[in-house]
Design a protein around this ligand. Structure first.
Ligand SMILES: [Cu+2]
Length: 69
């Protein structure tokens, strides 16, 4: 299982965390999502190759922003 670690800007509460978790969990291949609004960390566990652009688009559509590192 592969892990994708992202930093996401704009999460302010558990509701924001849940919006990200619910939307990403719906994607085939994503088996687990954890999000932490206090440090902006989003950790995604996948069991197959996922296009990072898809993930970025979903997070973007929700109104959050991925910090590029
Ligand atoms: Cu919120």
């Amino acid at each position: 299982m592969k892990e994708i670690n992202l930093k996401v800007k704009g999460m302010h509460c558990e509701g924001c965390e849940n919006r990200i978790k619910n939307s990403l969990s719906a994607i085939d291949g994503i088996v687990e999502v954890s999000a932490n609004h206090s440090n902006g960390s989003v950790i995604i566990k996948v069991n197959k190759e996922i296009e990072l652009d898809n993930i970025k688009e979903i997070i973007d559509d929700l109104g959050f922003e991925i910090e590029e590192n």
